[in-house]
Design a binder for this molecule. Structure first.
Ligand SMILES: Cc1ncc(COP(=O)(O)O)c(C=O)c1O
Length: 387
């Protein structure tokens, strides 16, 4: 008899890796714009601090919650920048945002609980909610309205079983940076319906043209019902390091640690020295990386808007453009597959993020150098001209 996997594996939908999986191993000169993998290198001072810690013997087990000096620095940053009032005892260092959200879903959801995702959503959240046994309910936002948060689109989806709402701000894939009044809608609903908010702020540092990133936990009454999740992944180009953190009220940290300590004990000790260097390091480094992302964004958004049938809204934050291709008459998946086959450009179909993205493509401009982005845009232009 074959060994039978657990029901939590067999009874959840298989994970679709989208165009990344379809393009994998293909020969030829493909330009990969499907994954949110920064083109930049990790800044040198972060590497240096990590190497020094490794050479200095930081190779043993350490604090289960994260190095105390790192948590203190993160608490300082959270109070100052995010206006989230937490102490070092309310910070948990994690293996990327992925592990933070996994811990949150596992610690706070029971089988049959409902989790509300704003759509377009980040698919990993769906997979993890399902692994935790929860039922995912989506609240599609309106493309014509810039995928803004509107109470009328969300409240009807809340039932007596809804336990949590997931927010991604700035939003992958739409590139929207939610305004304070939009966040207030979520805060009001969370308080009225006694919901936990899982706030994915992995792109908090990557905003453009003065768009202000507001952490929902900074709104009145929200600190105690929000798990705010961050990572070094995108802004510091540390995706392979697997390093993130969360902030939550002291009462929530115990349940979260029950998951993380059983899962991984704690995060690698010496890379936490790199995290400390990142969070206490010169702000110009971060500003330089964001400035280069802004230039990439300007290039891609301008070029997309020159393509027939394609309209790209301004990107307020993140490293993604989310153009509407309804004028081409192609559906998102068909367009993404044709771009792979005929143009050698790999982009993600908007439908990967739920049906609300059926007429969009998601294009990562943060993952390639400007000359490759130009080449990708030339290829896409030729493809759309030829339809
Ligand atoms: C919205 C969102 N959340 C989480 C992640 C994963 O973050 P990490 O690599 O820190 O686990 C990503 C990566 O693309 C993302 O876009």
């Amino acid at each position: 008899m074959p060994i039978r996997p657990a029901r939590r594996i067999t009874q959840t939908a298989p994970k679709d890796f989208g165009m990344f999986a379809r393009a994998a191993g293909r020969p030829g000169d493909l330009i990969h714009l499907e994954l949110g993998m920064p083109a930049e290198d990790t800044p040198q001072h972060i590497k240096d601090a990590t190497i020094a810690a490794l050479q200095g013997g930081a190779v043993h087990y350490s604090d289960l919650q994260g190095l105390p000096e790192l948590r203190a620095a993160l608490a300082d940053k959270l109070n100052r920048r995010n206006r989230i009032s937490v102490g070092a005892h309310e910070v948990l260092v994690t293996n990327g945002l992925t592990q933070a959200s996994f811990a949150a879903f596992m610690a706070f959801l029971d089988a049959g609980d409902e989790v509300l995702l704003l759509e377009p959503y980040y698919p990993q959240h769906l997979g993890k909610a399902e692994l935790a046994g929860a039922r995912v309910v989506t609240a599609p936002l309106d493309a014509a309205d810039g995928f803004a948060i509107r109470r009328a689109l969300i409240e009807p989806r809340i039932t007596a079983r809804t336990r949590a709402l997931v927010l991604v701000n700035p939003c992958n894939p739409t590139g929207r940076v939610y305004r304070r009044d939009e966040l207030q809608v979520i805060a009001d609903l969370a308080q009225a319906h006694d919901l936990l908010v899982l706030s994915d702020e992995v792109y908090e540092e990557i905003t453009y043209d003065g768009a202000e990133h507001v952490s929902i936990a900074s709104l009145p009454g929200m600190t105690e019902r929000t798990i705010s999740m961050f990572a070094f992944t995108k802004a510091y180009a540390m995706d392979g390091w697997r390093l993130g953190y969360l902030a939550a009220d002291a009462a929530l940290i115990g349940p979260l640690m029950k998951v993380t300590t059983n899962e991984v004990t704690h995060v690698n000790t010496f890379i936490q020295a790199g995290a400390l260097a990142a969070v206490t390091g010169p702000p110009e480094v971060l500003a330089g990386m964001v400035a280069r992302d802004r230039a990439r964004r300007d290039l891609v958004v301008a070029r997309l808007n020159q393509m027939p049938g394609v309209t790209c809204a301004p990107v307020e934050g993140t490293i993604y453009a989310f153009p509407d291709i309804s004028g081409t008459r192609l559906r998102a998946q068909a367009a993404a597959e044709a771009l792979l086959e005929k143009a050698g450009v790999v982009v993600e179909a908007g439908s990967f993020y739920g049906p609300a993205g059926a007429h969009h493509l998601r294009i990562c401009f943060g993952c390639a150098e400007p000359d490759r982005l130009e080449e990708a845009m030339d290829r896409m232009q030729r493809f759309f001209n030829g339809l």
